[in-house]
Design a protein around this ligand. Structure first.
Ligand SMILES: *[C@@H]1O[C@H](CO)[C@@H](O)[C@H](O)[C@H]1NC(C)=O
Ligand SMILES: *[C@@H]1O[C@H](CO)[C@@H](O)[C@H](O)[C@H]1NC(C)=O
Ligand SMILES: *[C@@H]1O[C@H](CO)[C@@H](O)[C@H](O)[C@H]1NC(C)=O
Length: 307
């Protein structure tokens, strides 16, 4: 009886519940145990203060990352995304940093390629690309489809993506700072596929053509402004295969993919689950185009769109 009322009083004073338990302190419940309960509360309060101080000290020792970047995994030393000085060089009054830094999450995004080391082993010129990568079921399905085609044609697999802007030659720290700027001004958008088709170069062998919707075009335009680039007209697409094969072979792969992704008699595990995907982040990749084996390609970081 008295222990249950003591328990109720303790529960009533948990942090965040102040004033929420007035009904239990009605006259008549005050017995000899009330001073014991008060002592107990004092001890609990002291404990909380010590815990808070310890937590504050721990977080302060985690390094000079700006606030807000720890949201995903607060107690990991999150260093996967930006290199030293990347996000920290934000101008005064800039919005929250957009870099997503959980190393395990980034590794999954980079698969079957890898996340860049803090210092990239440059194989040739320093060249980067901006990718809008699908997530969730759609991402898994396209990843599997790319792996299937790569194996079938002896090519190299890569993560599914629509390039927003490619072949940017700037130092990594500058790239990372500009990515924060781009993420701050770009709105989330939707990518819709319109066709399976083929191109004439290695990196545009067989791909899903993407609709030139306003959101898709606005993101590409913003990237061109932020990175100071004037490039040929934007042809948004999601590559399914990188290869130098003959045009006749490309055409066969196109028909094969139409059958697998959209065909009425394709098996249900290859039929496209959705005809596009939502883009809420853009990733920064090290992508030297002369490395067609993709060995040196790696993910630098991913940035949440906040426009
Ligand atoms: C860097 O790349 C070169 C050339 O591909 C290679 O010989 C070297 O072993 C690499 N170094 C590291 C640390 O990966
Ligand atoms: C993409 O496709 C969906 C479903 O068909 C449609 O509702 C939407 O308007 C299309 N375009 C964009 C930009 O979302
Ligand atoms: C679909 O089925 C028809 C008839 O069974 C067959 O002729 C055709 O080749 C099949 N198409 C694909 C893409 O498998």
């Amino acid at each position: 009886m008295s222990s249950s009322s003591e328990l109720r009083r303790r529960v009533g004073r948990e942090p965040g519940q102040e004033g929420g338990d007035k009904a239990t302190s009605t006259p008549g419940t005050h017995t000899g145990s009330s001073s014991r309960a008060r002592n107990l509360c004092l001890v609990l309060l002291c404990g909380l203060v010590v815990c808070a101080l310890a937590l504050y000290t721990y977080v302060s020792l985690q390094g000079p990352l700006p606030p807000g970047t720890h949201r995903l995994l607060p107690f990991l030393p999150l260093r996967g995304g930006a290199g030293p000085g990347g996000a920290a060089k934000q101008p005064r009054g800039a919005p929250q940093p957009a870099a997503l830094r959980d190393p395990a999450w980034l590794a999954a995004r980079a698969h079957p390629l890898s996340v860049c080391a803090p210092k990239i082993n440059m194989t040739s010129k320093e060249s980067y690309s901006l990718w809008a990568q699908p997530k969730g079921r759609m991402g898994e399905q396209l990843k599997a489809e790319i792996a299937h085609l790569a194996e079938r044609h002896g090519a190299n697999p890569f993560p599914p993506h629509v390039t927003v802007l490619g072949d940017i030659e700037k130092p990594r720290a500058e790239m990372e700072a500009l990515m924060e700027q781009l993420a701050a001004r770009t709105k989330k958008y939707r990518i819709n596929f319109t066709d399976v088709t083929r191109g004439s170069i290695f990196y545009q062998c067989v791909y899903l053509l993407v609709a030139k919707d306003p959101g898709t075009m606005a993101a590409a335009q913003a990237a061109r402004e932020v990175f100071g680039r004037t490039t040929p007209p934007y042809m948004p697409h999601l590559s399914l295969l990188y290869s130098d094969m003959e045009d006749g072979e490309r055409l066969k792969v196109v028909d094969y993919e139409i059958g697998r992704l959209y065909g009425e008699n394709s098996s249900y595990d290859t039929l496209m689950v959705e005809n596009g995907y939502d883009v809420d982040s853009i990733s920064l990749w090290y992508t030297p185009t002369d490395d067609t084996g993709l060995r040196s390609w790696c993910l630098v970081g991913e940035y949440e769109l906040q426009g």
